[in-house]
Write a protein that binds this ligand. Sequence first.
Ligand code: MEV
Length: 313
Amino acid sequence: MSVGTACGKIILFGEHAVVYGRPALAVPFSELRASVTVKARTGQGIVIRARDLGREILVGDTARDDALAAITRLTLDKLGKSDNLELEVSSEIPLASGFGSGAAISTAIVRALASYFNSSLTPDEISTLVFETEKLYHGTPSGIDNTVIAYEQAIRFVRRPIGEHEILPIHIARPFTLLIADTGIASPTKVTVGDVRQGWERDPERYERVFDAIGAIVSEAQDALAHGENAQLGELMRRNHQALRALGVSSDEIERLIAAGSRAGASGAKLSGGGRGGNVLFFVEADEANVVRAAVLRAGAARVIVTVIGEKA
Ligand code: MEV
């Protein structure tokens, strides 16, 4: 039996604009993981059991549009292997919540299969395989989710043609506390990315201006992180969120949580990921985290996680 695991991800700055070639900053979120075990099957073929998703898939020719079946086939092709296998998928990462659950499950499948066949794949090879299934989940993904999850490293990402993305590790000089509030609302990235695309097609100039503004915020944030100027991060998050609002990907629930957390002392907040649901990030001082946590829970957050970014970098 072999096991593969993968972390989730948090986009700190730059979501959506990253689809249009602007930079974004993302960090691995290791507290929540997806995990896959692979073992030999006595019956014929490959079966994937994903109890959390309530699914059992027999991998066959008809399952080409299923992401779990697709990544299994792609990985076996890449490894040049075929066998009768049983895959057991489990994940602590909530679905459609901005944590990259789909990319994490796919990455865990690739790692478990590679380990089962005693092969090793580079982070770039894993990321390229997983990107294929991201297209099934997300339509036109930038590639940032599969990249940060496969590398499990804080990165600055700029979308380029596949295989040529700019992927640079980022330096976080001083760790900082991030409070992550889950709206409890599942919001598929495919929908918000599609809506932004429609808006951009209607009014490209306005959207390009917003994307440029987000790109500039990302560069300022990267500098602030590199120089330990964490006091700037709250304001940069506020500005990034305003730009995301202008793209139409916020929601009443997100705004309610942001208002409550800000009143309770968070110096900045923004949605993270696709938006309209999923997660909201709050930049907090460590000693304020409990007060902000209580306030966003009162305002309706489904759950709150407090984490320190940069400690393990
Ligand atoms: C989703 O985690 C981030 C988006 O920018 C989409 C993408 O980059 O593929 C919204």
